[in-house]
Design a protein around this ligand. Structure first.
Ligand code: ZN
Length: 449
């Protein structure tokens, strides 16, 4: 791990004089948007993100706001940029605002505006890869803090911002290593905010859990034979029976969503992602031969509210039964994420009165004139899981209402008004989070009560 030590842009006395100036100089919307556009213009698309440019930009933002900054490399060349606003009671559990700097690749020719121009059209839409996922959020955190700082607000709890490098390829060198580091322990994090999804309605969406990816490969074996002969237990027949069984299950889960009984994140989704079989020939495949092996791959997403053991049984007994010459065992999962924590509890962040951070978020969004929908399970994976796995509360939230869900799509955009409104929302959340005192524990700073 390489690390640069904390550096503060401005000494305390200079900071106070700047504070006086900035109280009277309201930041212009133009410069807020141009800072967002600048970040979007840095091409951080996988597989070769311009990490150094992004790091330099984020540290320059930290310097201009007066935040401590540090760039930490758990894996060489993959920087985690960490910014800090020290609270007046730094022993209280801190707040971590997480975002990822990387974005998914683009098919340039399918975009109406170049994906790294951050073009602002006449409707106020800003087109760029990362405008929704999730450079908007990273910059909104910074703008909210910029505003809170210039208003003279002093946080009780310390606030950290982490900008992690590789969420789009699994987060293994960024958030995962960060979450498991001694460095992270020292931050004494009490709550994590991370990404959510855009919402086509007036309601913002918030996520309290996510589905775990299970990537399954099942293999069928059978006697090879002449393509003209009918016989039992050929590899292709065995595999087809399994695929039919998987499809029935898929339809039953999808029906629950279509009928409105369950949200997308609450069902087990299964999609076949590859089929591998046949005997290659110079012109394609040998046509008069039944092969002795056939394979299929499935991307399964398992919500923490489901029973993983019954799904494992289903796989072993119905989808890949040994009685049909199917091979299946746990080792064949290419990736199998946990559904339960080490105490056997589903990995979820509570959204009831037992979790004060949830109540604070609801209230803060409301105070900033935002509306929050019913909390959901994120249908795919985000870096939030690495923090939830530690037992920390983590809420996925990207304040984008009245916005089509365009993450990973062509022509990803965010309207400037939604972006600006999101800054108000975070200002409200960060103020309430940073001021929160838990009266039920002895963490309350007694001198101020
Ligand atoms: Zn994302």
């Amino acid at each position: 791990m390489e690390s640069r030590s904390w550096s503060s842009a401005i000494c305390t006395c200079l900071y106070h004089s700047l504070l006086l100036v900035s109280v009277y100089a309201q930041p212009q919307e133009d410069s807020i948007l141009s800072r967002f556009q600048h970040y979007l213009q840095i091409n951080t698309a996988q597989p070769a993100p311009l990490y150094q440019e992004a790091t330099d930009f984020l540290i320059s933002q930290a310097n201009s706001i007066g935040l401590h900054s540090q760039s930490v490399e758990f894996v060489k060349g993959k920087p985690v940029v960490l910014l800090k606003w020290t609270g007046s009671h730094p022993n209280l559990p801190s707040i971590l605002l997480n975002s990822h700097t990387d974005v998914v690749p683009v098919e340039q020719h399918k975009w109406d505006h170049p994906p790294f121009d951050a073009h602002l059209d006449s409707l106020g839409n800003i087109y760029a890869r990362g405008s929704q996922d999730m450079k908007c959020v990273g910059m909104q955190y910074l703008e909210a803090i910029r505003r809170l700082k210039s208003s003279g607000f002093q946080p009780l709890r310390s606030i950290y911002l982490s900008f992690v490098p590789d969420e789009e390829i699994g987060g293994h060198d960024g958030a995962e290593k960060f979450a498991h580091s001694d460095f992270f322990k020292e931050l004494n994090v009490g709550i994590v905010l991370d990404e959510g999804l855009a919402s086509p309605t007036d309601n913002y969406r918030a996520f309290y859990a996510e589905r775990s990816p299970w990537w399954l490969v099942i293999k069928a074996a059978g006697a090879p034979g002449h393509g003209a002969k009918l016989y039992d237990n050929s590899a292709m027949e065995n595999l087809l029976k399994s695929i039919e069984s998987v499809r029935r299950f898929r339809a039953s889960q999808f029906d629950l969503v279509k009928a409105g009984f369950k949200a997308e994140g609450e069902v087990v989704s299964v999609n076949m992602v590859f089929l591998k079989a046949g005997t290659p020939s110079p012109t394609g495949f040998v046509m008069n031969l039944q092969p002795s092996e056939a394979e299929a791959g499935f991307d399964i997403r398992v919500p923490p509210t489901s029973d993983p053991e019954s799904l494992e049984r289903r796989i072993a007994e119905e989808w890949a039964p040994a009685s049909r010459n199917m091979s299946f065992h746990l080792g064949q999962f290419k990736q199998k994420g946990p559904v339960y924590d080490k105490h056997g509890r589903p990995i979820i962040t509570k959204t009831d009165s037992s979790n004060p951070w949830w109540n604070l978020l609801e209230e803060a969004v409301r105070k900033a004139n935002g509306k929050l929908g019913k909390p959901e399970i994120f249908p795919a994976s985000t870096d939030a899981r690495y923090f939830r796995d530690l037992g920390l509360p983590a809420i996925g939230f990207s304040p984008m209402a009245n916005t089509p869900v365009l993450l990973h799509n062509h022509n990803e955009f965010l309207n400037q008004d939604e972006y600006l409104k999101g800054i108000d929302i975070y200002e409200s959340i960060i103020r309430d989070y940073a001021s929160y005192v838990d009266q039920t524990t002895d963490e309350a700073p007694k001198d101020e009560l």
